[in-house]
Design a protein around this ligand. Structure first.
Ligand SMILES: Cc1ncc(COP(=O)(O)O)c(C=O)c1O
Length: 348
């Protein structure tokens, strides 16, 4: 009954096998090996972008911060939501890697921004001249940090606003596969066809061991990214093991199958919680559910073996009847039985 994070699950056997298969003999290091080239080509094919620059790193924070460092200068600002992982959960890595660019927060509803909130945030800063932070880039998250989704039209509308102000758009796709599975769209439709310039394409949360791809649709940034990745200590020498994960992940559509499995388990959990009268903070759309329960109920569920986090308060200290927001995340390995057992616990 593990719903704490989609990082908490095991590596999928197909990916483990790909790593084991790569573990033979000598190859050139730092990404100059055939497996890296193969993984790059598979990602280009997935995104229908033969010219895309694809680089592998081991964490989502590295992918986000390094991509953003190529998009924003130290005197600029990056527009994101208050709940954006780059703002709330990366210990200021984007500010560090950009050499001091700041983040400007806009939008809140379900961790999304709207064309209006984004447009207003840009114009509020943009007209002020040399004393103000200069608009630099826009960063969106899909699936959002609240488990919601931007529709393709919403992504297009936001990137159109960014484009009107000459700003590039980054997509934090730590849960990219879950979003594609939920929207039933292609990787290309959710990125460059919707005006996205670069994406952090996640693997770790969806069955890989530790790999994310930075994908740029403008090849001009390749050299700068490479220098920044090395200087930022994120160029792996034994690169084939990152590549092997991506190759195993993409082989035969595994990436999408795993995301569908995770989304289905979250839908099963949401249906059961709803039937039990539990209130959702926002409508679950992929593999994460945010639900309000009294502290005493969290204590009962956690003592009964449910593993998950509360987001806005300590579940063990405070008034019994205080409502706390629980975060329930399903990864590919959560079973129907896990969800059933947890729901039995909920209904007592
Ligand atoms: C929205 C989002 N972006 C990025 C990440 C990547 O984080 P990490 O650097 O821990 O791999 C996460 C992981 O929690 C996330 O939820």
């Amino acid at each position: 009954m593990f719903f704490a994070s989609d990082n908490g699950g095991p590596v999928h056997p197909q990916i483990m096998q790909a790593i084991a298969a790569a573990n033979d003999g000598h190859v050139l290091s730092y990404g100059n090996d055939p497996l890296t080239q193969q993984a790059v080509e598979m990602i280009r094919e997935l995104f229908e972008a033969p010219e895309a620059v694809v680089r592998l790193v081991a964490t989502g924070t590295a992918a986000n911060a390094l991509i953003l460092s190529t998009m924003a200068q130290p005197w600029q600002t990056i527009f994101c939501t208050p709940l954006a992982h780059i703002h709330a959960d990366e210990c200021n890595a984007p500010e560090l890697f950009t050499g001091g660019a700041k983040l400007t927060l806009t939008g809140t509803d379900g961790a999304k921004m709207t064309p209006d909130t984004l447009g207003q945030a840009i114009t509020r800063i943009g007209w002020r001249g040399i004393n103000a932070p200069q608009p630099g880039a826009v960063s969106l998250t899909q699936v959002t940090e609240m488990g919601t989704l931007y529709t393709l039209d919403e992504l297009k509308a936001l990137s159109a606003i960014a484009r009107a102000h000459d700003l590039p758009v980054h997509l934090d796709g730590a849960r990219f596969a879950n979003a594609c599975a939920a929207l039933g769209c292609t990787a290309a439709e959710m990125t460059w066809k919707a005006g996205i310039d670069a994406v952090s394409f996640g693997g770790t949360k969806n069955g890989c061991m530790a790999v994310e791809a930075a994908v740029f649709f403008d090849p001009a940034v390749a050299r700068e990214f490479d220098l920044r990745r090395k200087r930022g200590a994120h160029l792996f020498s034994k690169h084939r093991y990152l590549a092997a994960q991506m190759q195993g992940y993409l082989q035969d559509g595994l990436w999408l199958d795993l995301a569908r499995m995770a989304n289905e388990r979250a839908a099963q959990l949401a249906t059961g919680l709803r039937a039990a009268g539990v209130d959702f903070v926002c409508e679950p759309q992929a593999n994460m559910i945010f639900a309000r329960l009294p502290r005493s109920e969290h204590q009962r569920l956690m003592s009964g073996g449910g593993v998950y986090y509360t987001e806005d308060g300590d579940p063990w200290h405070g008034p019994d009847d205080e409502m706390l927001m629980g975060r329930f995340v399903c990864d590919w390995s959560v079973t129907e039985d896990d969800v059933d057992r947890f729901l039995q616990l909920v209904t007592g």
